[in-house]
Design a protein around this ligand. Sequence first.
Ligand code: 3HC
Length: 310
Amino acid sequence: VDAAGQARFDELIAADSRVEPADWMPEAYRRTLIRQISQHAHSEIIGMQPEGNWITRAPSLKRKAILMAKVQDEAGHGLYLYAAAQTLGITRDRMTQQLIDGSAKYSSIFNYLTPTWADMGSIGWLVDGAAICNQVPLCRASYGPYARAMIRICKEESFHQRQGFEILLALSRGTAEQKAMAQESVNRWYAPALMMFGPPDDASPNSAQSMAWNIKRFSNDDLRQRFVDMIVPQAEILGLTLPDPDLRWDEETGHWNYGDLDWDEFREVLRGNGQANALRVATRRAAHEEGAWVREAAAAYADKRKRKVA
Ligand code: 3HC
């Protein structure tokens, strides 16, 4: 171990300063950042699929244009995050390989299917809403490239959340069938969105170390609670009910108590047995294989340019 390096690193963390790619860092710090940032990047890229499913079937040109813009944003978020992970020494190819061979994790939420248009509203309002709660604190993560990527991503995420809320508001104020479609969708997305924040704190093996290194600023349960407190009043404005009979205001704590979540379902989804795990990985693999000729052409062109210059 490089004692001087460790001392400098400890000082940076104690002073809540930023660690940059050229700084010495403990191998375990590097490894957990590669783990979290690559999974975050995979989440953004896989997250394009549930919504991509509705681009050709959006109910109007306006909705189609907004959805295309959002899916393109997610691709960009994935690229920022892969680039941030690469500053830690892992290559883009290796991360892509881990995703298409099914060994990489990505957010559980994207293994749920999107059978109705209202799911585009629930994903924007609930999934992007949860992502905002989880990502805003990450703007202050101790690793510079990750924090800076987050600042850019959070600006675009708030547009994603607002357009989802607006889709549900339009449906909820529409015909009885449209309101029923919005309610049925929220019924399916509420609990999986709460599970996005990760297992309960007493079952979260990475949290203590991540918090000690100023990567994770708040615990999984704290952020989950913040999210529930945010969506309860929003659901009232939408005129939709959250599918949780145990939801109740707690005067003591000043928070909304919510019902137990199905952690067996969560573990099954992480094990690859969700509704759409195989579909999501197969779709990503097919896109990678079909895109091989573009990568080869770009590489050949870059070599030609290099030879010309040399
Ligand atoms: N989906 C898949 N895996 C999950 C998970 C989820 N929702 N929640 C936790 N896990 C995994 C963890 O990765 C860890 O496994 P690993 O050690 O093999 O990586 C295990 O379950 C135990 O969880 P921990 O709480 O100990 O792990 P972390 O300390 O890493 O906390 C986390 C999990 C809160 C998701 C954290 O990794 C994190 O904040 N990641 C960055 C944010 C992120 O990925 N958000 C995804 C949101 S979707 C998105 O961003 C797209 C948006 O634009 C819609």
